[in-house]
Every structure is written in structure tokens, then in C-alpha cells.
Design a protein around this ligand. Structure first.
Ligand SMILES: [Mn+2]
Length: 426
């Protein structure tokens, strides 16, 4: 199932005049304040977020999984789903594969299919957090951190195999997230686990092509509940430095303890040129993997404010790889992702509205009240007409969620794939 621009164009017609009136009103207001409205619309149009191949089916918890109908059952169908998201939102122009769940059988045809959907391959993700069928050694007691040298070697070889697969698709980065950790005090030596992990990551780094980047993700707990080897940004940063200049820290919003100041972490990493990747989601407690912006939209805005500052002022930091890393337990995954993409674009647009020069002046004058007014003035602006304009200019839907429903996309997917198809790997 592939959407064509005519279907989207037709579905846009009823709302166009209303959109134009709202956009003109907002643009006039912002123009009076000296805001470069066209510049913001262009920045929004250029902003692309990768969709992970594992996010297109129903997620689940350790208590169960409630299936959705018409789930993509193979890589081609997952790419079709991302293609639908991209056609509607014009913001999901990349896909991030999970190996071994999504190993292509025919690389040329997969590359061709990506092109047909307007997608590029973003970072590839390895998996040593579970054992695969036929695997020689278990990761029950860790992978890159393992005290068993043969298990470490197996995990290193897997990561390099993921790089080899990604390289054939045009991907340029590997994301490593480890479940390695312990659930009980005394279970393992912290120092040996960290040293083994560093040695393993250095071997992976050394085996990557020279134009590849390594993203090291961190997480404080889960699935292990006493300790995680790469528990925080500082540990990730240290390991990235130990590997080399193309190794970076990856920030996942849900991988922090409650109330953590994530915007400060982002700021520090960008100053040091080490923020390589970014995973979007939202959470109430931990790694809840909820829809972006559904719980703490102001925190998301503050994080984007630092990202925008860093993108403008930190040439030492590469352009980060953006990805949504969420799980869909109660919503239609595609509707959930549309909501996440919209929240990301809104937060980005609001951050672009922040008058950085005025904020710096207020900071220098120690005018704490004005600093808050500047940030919240941007945050309170309804930027949806700007986001809509960016989408329209690219041929996307004025209202992606409404179009998704009115075009009967889920019903079409169920008709094509059947009620009981299950997304592979989950
Ligand atoms: Mn993640």
C-alpha cells in the first residue's frame, strides 16, 4: 500500500483556506517581532526523524502484548508503513533497522524500495540483549561486558556483522545499546565489567569503516535493576572518548532517572562535540516509551532549545541522528508515530522562535524574570500553522492524523495483510 500525492492533495482541500488565514495571522505577528518565518518553515521542512523498524507493530510489556490488525510482517511491509508516515508527515524520511530482526535478503531491491518511499537508512542497531536461535553462547550474564571472552567475541562479531549489513544499505552509523548489568549487589565486579565493555567497544570501533560513527546509548536500569554497565551519559562519554573521535554518546529521553535535567546533558555533550544521536519518546517514570510530548511537552521544548543552540553554536558537534524510540501498547502504532512526529516538529518550531540574542542579553543582565519570559513566550506560541506550512510545501498532509483516518489507511492495511499479521522480532 502506497499513498500518492493526489490522495493527500485531495484530502487537504477542505482545510486550506482555514490554514492560510491562521498562517497569515501568525506570520504577521511573528514578523512584527523580527522573526524569520520563512527560515523557520524551511528548517521544519528539512528536519527528518528516523522511524525504527521495530516500532511499527504493537509493542508490549513483560505481562503481555495486544496485537494490532494489519501489522507489517516483514521488512518490505515495515518500509511501506514508514513510507505512509513520510508521505503524510514529510518528516519521517529515514528508517533505522534492527539486526537480526530485519536482515534484508536482497539488498538491491531493499535499496530500491527505500528510494521509492523517499527513505534513507539511518543508524543500524545491534542486539545482544537477547539470545538468538542457534547462537553458540548465551548473553544471560552479559555481552560486551562478559567475563567469558568467547561470549564477548561473539557479541563483537555480531556488531561488526550489523555494520556490514548496514554498509550495504548506505547506513553510516551503528547504535549500541547494552542490557548488560546486574540485579544483585556483589553479582559482578563493576570494574571488570566496565573494562571489558571498553575493550569490546574499541574492537567494534576499530572494525568499522572509516566513515562510520559509533553511537553509545546509556540507561540507568532495566532489564537489570541493581546496576547497568553504561548507566549514564558520563559513562557513555568516557567510553566514546576511549574509542575515538567518531564515537559519540546517544541520548534517549526515557533513559534517565526521574527529574533528570536532560537539557543540560544535551548542552554539555554538544559543547564537547559528542552528541551523536538522539532518541525521542516520553515517560512518567522511566523507560516508558510513550508518545513524544504526551507527558512533559515543556521539558521537550527546553531540550530542543539546547539542541537548536548547539546546532547553531557548536560546529564541533556533528548533526545528530534523530530517531523515535517508542513502543505502542494501546494505540495504533502509525497514529502514535504521527502524534510523536507532530510533537517533535512543534517543540522544534518553538525552540526556533526563541530569541537567542535577547536571551543571552537577559542572562548577562541577570534578569532572571526576562529569561523565563523569553523561553515561555516562545513555548506558548501556537506554532501549528508553521508546521502545517512546512508539510504542505513538501506535499504532505495538512492534518496527517485526520488524513490517515479519512483515507482508511489502517483498514487498507488489514485488508492487504490480514487481521493477524504480527510484526517480526517483537
Ligand atoms: Mn533508545
Amino acid at each position: 500500500m502506497q499513498l500518492n500525492k493526489d490522495q493527500i492533495h485531495t484530502s487537504n482541500q477542505a482545510g486550506l483556506s482555514r490554514h492560510a488565514a491562521r498562517f497569515d495571522f501568525l506570520a504577521a505577528q511573528l514578523g512584527e517581532d523580527g522573526t524569520d518565518v520563512e527560515g523557520i518553515v524551511k528548517a521544519l521542512a528539512d528536519f527528518q526523524v528516523a522511524i525504527p523498524s521495530w516500532a511499527l507493530g504493537a509493542g508490549g510489556t513483560r505481562f503481555g502484548r495486544f496485537s494490532f490488525h494489519g501489522e507489517p510482517a516483514n521488512l518490505e511491509q515495515k518500509m511501506a508503513d514508514v513510507g505512509i508516515l513520510h508521505a503524510l508527515t514529510q518528516t519521517a524520511g529515514a528508517i533505522s533497522l534492527h539486526i537480526p530482526w530485519d536482515i534484508p535478503t536482497d539488498y538491491a531491491s531493499i535499496r530500491q524500495l527505500a528510494q521509492a518511499h523517499g527513505l534513507v537508512f539511518d543508524a543500524v542497531n545491534s542486539n545482544t540483549f537477547q539470545d538468538q536461535a542457534g547462537q553458540d553462547l548465551s548473553y544471560r550474564h552479559g555481552s560486551l561486558c562478559s567475563t567469558d571472552e568467547a561470549a564477548r567475541a561473539q557479541a563483537i562479531a555480531h556488531n561488526l556483522e550489523v555494520v556490514r549489513i548496514g554498509d550495504q544499505l548506505g547506513s553510516k552509523s551503528l547504535t549500541v545499546w547494552l542490557a548488560d548489568g546486574t540485579s544483585f549487589p556483589g553479582q559482578r565486579s563493576f570494574q571488570r565489567a566496565l573494562q571489558n565493555t571498553e575493550d569490546s567497544l574499541r574492537q567494534i570501533y576499530a572494525g568499522m569503516p572509516k566513515d562510520w560513527s559509533l553511537f553509545i546509548e546509556y540507561k540507568p536500569y532495566e532489564p537489570n535493576f541493581y546496576s547497568t554497565v553504561i548507566q549514564d551519559w558520563g559513562t557513555s562519554f568516557m567510553l566514546a572518548n576511549a574509542c575515538g573521535e567518531r564515537a559519540y554518546t546517544l541520548v534517549d529521553l526515557g533513559h534517565h532517572l526521574p527529574n533528570c535535567n536532560i537539557e543540560q546533558i544535551v548542552s554539555t555533550l554538544m559543547l564537547k562535540g559528542k552528541l551523536g544521536g538522539f532518541h525521542f519518546n516520553d515517560s512518567k517514570y522511566g523507560d516508558d516509551d510513550l508518545t513524544v510530548g504526551s507527558i512533559k511537552p515543556y521539558a521537550l521544548f527546553l531540550i530542543f532549545n539546547e539542541l537548536v543552540y548547539g546546532m547553531r553554536n557548536n560546529p564541533q558537534n556533528p548533526y545528530p541522528a534523530w530517531m523515535i524510540d517508542a513502543s505502542h501498547n494501546v494505540k495504533d502504532p502509525l497514529e502514535d508515530l504521527i502524534q510523536s512526529l507532530e510533537a517533535i516538529q512543534e517543540a522544534y518550531a518553538k525552540a526556533l522562535l526563541v530569541d537567542q540574542a535577547a536571551l543571552a542579553a537577559a542572562q548577562d543582565a541577570h534578569d532572571v524574570v526576562l529569561c523565563q519570559e523569553i523561553l515561555q513566550g516562545a513555548y506558548r506560541t501556537d506554532v501549528r500553522p508553521l508546521v502545517q506550512r512546512a508539510r504542505l510545501q513538501l506535499g504532505g498532509a495538512l492534518d496527517p492524523l485526520a488524513a490517515y483516518r479519512s483515507l482508511g489507511i489502517r483498514q487498507g492495511l488489514v485488508a492487504a495483510r490480514g487481521k493477524h499479521s504480527v510484526a517480526s522480532g517483537l
